[in-house]
Design a protein around this ligand. Structure first.
Ligand code: ATP
Ligand code: MG
Length: 337
């Protein structure tokens, strides 16, 4: 008998390893949040994953709270989507172990986060090595059908499908196999030095950075030194690319025409960028300030999210435990379509 198609359930984890910058927002978070209207959506702040890079408890705590505030301010709607903190759902770590027992070493040895560190001769811990298994448990625990990811995470979804498939093959139909969905508009956001914007390159413009320091950063963006009179191609210019992200269409067109005409200074473009950025994020900033002033509300949202997430993860873990023989006397319940 054919199963009816599974309902669309979107899941996305966001690492709280630093304050969100424009690359994170325009390259990923914005698209994740948009998917909350596409079906049932689960979003978690991946504090367990962050532990492999952040070893300062106070910093981790504040980054997790900042991530929650940022996501809510940027439009994540807790009435529509389930927002929770990864470590509030211990079912997932138990599930990680069950998956670990069916995971060949070679599969993880091929994963690039670990491989990259190894080739660079850097020490890697077992947390980084087994990271894709925790990620698989994150996805499988909620019967997610769609996982929006950047190019760099597609491999981890394949690992997840591999592990789920092996487990299902051994023990019956326990897990729902998810599909990756490449986020669109994945064009690389340039940083203040013209390279890809990235925390590691220290070239970020953070979404909720205070206006003063943000303005300073923008005014220092690297530009080329061609004479002012020379007409320029806007598309290849990082400053124009940043402007395009935050300016309304009419202003973008006008700015592109200015570039093509020549005879302008980059200082003017930077000033326009400062203004466009302030306008673009004004409403989100206001929402963030309101939420930050009401920590109880945020705690309630995260607690309610964790409760919903645990209910779902508990069901899946129950199926997995029973299927592999950890529940005495219980016949393995099968996955419901
Ligand atoms: P790190 O320097 O530690 O790699 P990062 O600043 O590059 O950090 P990540 O945590 O690697 O940020 O990325 C989180 C998400 O944001 C990913 O989905 C990634 O594809 C996206 N992202 C990060 N930087 C950019 C960028 N410059 N342009 C587009 N998307 C980006
Ligand atoms: Mg990166």
């Amino acid at each position: 008998m054919r199963r009816p198609p599974a309902p669309l359930r979107v899941l996305s984890g966001i690492q709280p390893t630093g304050r969100f910058h424009w690359g994170n927002y325009f390259g990923a978070i914005r698209q994740y949040i948009d998917l909350q209207t596409a079906g049932e959506a689960y979003y978690f702040i991946a504090d367990l994953h962050a532990l492999t890079t952040i070893r300062e408890p106070t910093r981790l705590r504040s980054l997790v709270l900042d991530a929650a505030l940022d996501l809510l301010a940027l439009g994540l709607d807790p009435e529509r989507a389930t927002l929770f903190v990864q470590s509030d759902v211990p079912e997932v770590t138990e599930l990680t172990w069950l998956l670990m027992t069916v995971c060949p070493m070679g599969l993880l040895e091929r994963c690039h986060a670990y491989k990259d560190k190894k080739t660079r001769g850097l020490p890697a811990d077992a947390g980084l090595f087994t990271y894709p298994v925790l990620m698989a448990a994150d996805i499988l625990a909620y019967d997610a059908t769609v996982v929006p990811v950047g190019e760099d995470q597609v491999q981890h979804i394949e690992v997840c499908r591999d592990l789920a498939g092996t487990f299902n093959h051994l023990y019956g139909d326990v897990f729902t196999l998810p599909k990756p969905r490449l986020v669109e508009g994945g064009a690389k956001v340039p940083g203040t030095d013209g390279q890809k914007m990235s925390k590691s390159y220290e070239n970020t413009i953070d979404v909720f950075e205070d206006p003063g320091p943000q303005k300073k950063k923008i005014m220092r963006i690297t530009t080329d030194s061609r004479p002012m009179e020379e007409p320029k191609d806007p598309e290849g210019d990082p400053l124009y690319q940043l402007f395009s992200l935050v300016a309304p269409q009419a202003d973008r067109d006008a700015m592109a025409a200015t570039y093509r005409r020549g005879g302008f200074g980059y200082g003017e473009v930077k000033k326009a960028l400062v203004e466009a950025s302030a306008a673009f994020f004004a409403a989100a900033r206001e929402r963030r300030a309101e939420l930050a002033a009401d920590p109880r509300r945020v705690a309630e949202i995260l607690a309610a999210g964790a409760e919903r997430a645990r209910l779902q993860a508990g069901r899946v873990l129950g199926r997995a435990r029973a299927a592999c023989g950890l529940e005495r006397g219980a016949a393995a319940p099968r996955r419901r379509p």
